[in-house]
Design a protein around this ligand. Sequence first.
Ligand code: BG6
Length: 464
Amino acid sequence: MTAFPKSFLWGGAIAANQVEGAWLEEGKGVSTSDIQPHGVLGAAKERAEGESCIKDVAIDFYHRYPQDIELFAEMGFRCLRVSIAWTRIFPQGDEQEPNEAGLAYYDRLFDELARHNIRPMVTLSHFEMPLGLVKNYGGWSDRRVIGYFERYARCVFERYQHKVKLWLTFNEINMALHSPLTGIGLEGSPDEGEIYQAVHHQLVASSLAVKACHEIVPDARIGNMLLGGLMYPLTCKPEDMLKTWEKNNGWLFFGDVQCRGSYPGYMLRYFREKGIQLNITESDAEILKNTVDFISFSYYTTGCATTDEELNEKIRGNVLSMVSNPHLPSSEWGWQIDPTGLRIILNMLWDRYQKPLFIVENGLGAKDSPEADGTVNDDYRIRYLNDHLVQVGEALKDGVDVMGYTSWGPIDLVSASKAEMSKRYGFIYVDLDDQGNGTLARSRKNSFYWYREVIATDGASLKP
Ligand code: BG6
């Protein structure tokens, strides 16, 4: 007996800036990711002449995609989440006409997926935007960027309307609060008011993309994408519970606007009390009513919230400001491992929105050590994924509508936070180190065969 329906979309998820390389090929422009050589947590740095970065080549998916897709097909993938590099289509961001070579590249990619019966799910913007829009407009702080994004979105909907039926707007849209350059193209140290104004513009742009997608590809479905940052109260003190509610609202706010079509009261109160005055026009409010068809999210870890000042002081400056949970183990990168939390977050989002859910990222970033014969015994990864998928099965039994699961980085790729290769998520090993040395050869890890079996049995091979 398995809880996973036959229609369940099993697969994997990758992002252009972490796999493609070819950073200036065929007319591509420079993106914000290209000036973050040490990842979204590192300092941004414009290139000196001749200076290179690991993402320039990454795993060379731009050229090697046929071979990689063949491996995904061998695992039985039904879906591959990819992103389009906006700068391949509009290199500076504000051009009138798109770059044909960039459009043609994604045509080839989607055709290759179709040949293997793998459905593409496409993120319009995954942690990158044209640097031109940052330098000439100040990123999403400028309303005109909404129009440039809409032009880009309409262009790719038109072009790929017969090839892509699943779309996502902005990857981890709530990341804007933690890394403003990555999320909303703001340089320096913007204040909260500036951040939320840029976020507002991005939310309007997301709704315009939803509207455009519905007009141009009526049989497609378009979702949002949240960084699922589930928080628990550190203790059962009511104050800790209240703090947890506030912390969870910090990310659910984005979902509330994108799924319900307006700003929630708790957020308006927050803005009032912080003296933040957003410029929200009547037309913006109308546009926001174009809500998403489904909700997608990433899920890696959970954390705790507390009113204990001493503990809060210790985590100030951490990306997600989470206090550790004493009941959970951690990965080598300090991310706490919490399979049960996946069932909780699925139920939480389902209860709140009653819209289908898609887990579009989940996985274990770990160091792998290939044996002399090239095999990689990644039992730790198998255990992590097994335990999380068991909880997806439980949520399905709870009655949650889950469309699919695309594990993060089915092939090793450059990590987002620090641009490392040693933090590997893949079922497929890529011979490349943190310095960019290696043959880029691909090989199957043990988890490759394990995931193939999970998909082939519709989850029946999972171990409770
Ligand atoms: C998510 C991003 O934040 O987490 C991905 O959408 C990223 O782009 C993933 O790669 C894992 O993070 P990291 O830093 O381990 O690559």
